[in-house]
Design a protein around this ligand. Structure first.
Ligand SMILES: [Ca+2]
Length: 145
């Protein structure tokens, strides 16, 4: 039947859940408190799933710094690293297959790593190891935010 074209604008459109049947949610990320360890994308070294949203919070001992060392990167989507938490100083956003250089936290003993994939095209993902080293924060570092 014919309906005036503008009526579809007036009717509230139901929001359908975007959950795809048979595609379980991927559990990934989470807090990590250890002097050293490894993080990698879900299913690594296989292709990572679509539509994942993972956040890791890597904490080493206070008065230490986190050293992050990437050994593999092959992502169509993006990886974001910040100091401390999701609103902390942006360290960098990475994609493609060029390895980020090693990074040592400058603000504190915590690094936040987020990996997000969209609905299409994936890759092997990433693998990174972390460790820590002792630090003595200078006055300028503890006061500047
Ligand atoms: Ca993708």
């Amino acid at each position: 039947w014919w309906r005036a074209p503008w009526t579809s604008w007036l009717l509230p459109q139901p929001r359908l859940p975007r959950q795809v049947p048979g595609q379980p949610r991927v559990c990934c990320g989470g807090p990590i408190t250890a002097p050293s360890g490894e993080i990698h994308s879900p299913s690594y070294p296989g292709s990572y799933p679509n539509n994942v949203d993972c956040s890791w919070v890597i904490s080493v001992d206070p008065n230490h710094r986190v050293l992050l060392n990437f050994s593999d990167l092959d992502i169509d989507d993006f990886l974001e690293i910040r100091e401390g938490n999701s609103t902390g100083l942006l360290v960098g956003r990475f994609c493609g297959d060029s390895l980020p250089s090693n990074y040592t936290s400058v603000v504190g003993h915590v690094l936040w790593v987020k990996f997000v994939s969209d609905g299409a095209v994936s890759g092997a993902g990433f693998r990174a190891t972390f460790s820590h080293c002792k630090t003595w924060l200078t006055a300028s570092m503890t006061t500047s935010k």
